[in-house]
Design a protein around this ligand. Sequence first.
Ligand code: NAD
Length: 329
Amino acid sequence: MHVLILGAAGMIGRKFAESLAAQPLDGGAVTRMTLADVVLPQVPAGFDGAAETLAVDVASPDAITALLSSQPDVIYHLAAIVSGEAEANLEKGYKVNLDGTRLLLDAIRHQHDRDGWTPRFVFASSNAVFGGDFPDVIGDDYIVTPQTSYGTQKAIGELLLADYTRRGIVQGIGLRLPTICVRPGKPNAAASGFFSGIIREPLVGLEAILPVPDDTRHWMTSPRSAIGFLRHAATMDLTRLGDRPNLSMPALSVTVAEQIAALEKVAGPRATALIRRVPDATIARIVAGWARAFDPKRALSLGFTAETSFEAIIRAHIEDELGGELRHV
Ligand SMILES: NC(=O)c1ccc[n+]([C@@H]2O[C@H](COP(=O)([O-])OP(=O)(O)OC[C@H]3O[C@@H](n4cnc5c(N)ncnc54)[C@H](O)[C@@H]3O)[C@@H](O)[C@H]2O)c1
């Protein structure tokens, strides 16, 4: 199987490529990987198939046409300007997240019309397609009501995916990813960053800032589960999606207090003592507008799975990012 990952230098793209190198998919091994991103991606260590890496701007028509000429079997579209930046820079967000997605699908259409190529197309959507005055628990039939430019761009991407799938140009599936926690690496500027920071930093003996009240509730899952979603989407029977190729992924609805209690259980009170409460009204207001819980029946019935305790999410982070050991707390 030939897999193209667009956005392969990002957090999820990098981990996904590593996972494909380490373990075959249910339907067979990946024999060829094309890794593309605006930043040149790296080939994962240990991959013994054919690999190519390309620096490509998804918003550049010529580059996208050239990228697709090798006609991969599965295309993962993970490239995006993420929430904070898309809100701060309207022009850039629409150019990459909307124009880039349309361009990509249209470049596939040209080749499809020429020779019938119909790749599987996995789109990384987001819970940000929901916003505003939603219920405590969002079911699979809830209306898409984005309240940010990023969420709007993802919602339009979902509609494009559904239309190009309906027309038989791609075999599409859109995964509404929850917030990924614990996000590895350095803290980033995302307003949601503290959900990861209050776990990631204390586990290595560093202080973390908590800007919201302890009863703040959010929907999150581990990078490991997110990679599992992408792997499952490569080979699952897409006819089971019917006319609705976009769906909310399973995750865990937890409060910050529950996150901290799980951290204490795993790493003890010296770790939780490193969390410093510094209220930030702006962040609290942004977070209050986010979905707190979903009832993702469709995804569960289609075989997508996620952790069912926050302790399991922390343990996955320790195994995957800290070599399975706590050295600093
Ligand atoms: N991490 C999360 O919590 C989360 C939640 C919901 C949805 N998502 C979605 O999942 C996908 C991957 O997220 P991530 O956390 O790995 O984000 P990330 O920011 O780490 O990765 C995104 C990648 O897209 C690349 N990119 C940006 N502009 C590009 C362009 N013009 N052309 C080509 N590549 C470009 C970036 O260089 C980056 O490597 C994104 O589409 C994101 O919107 C992520």
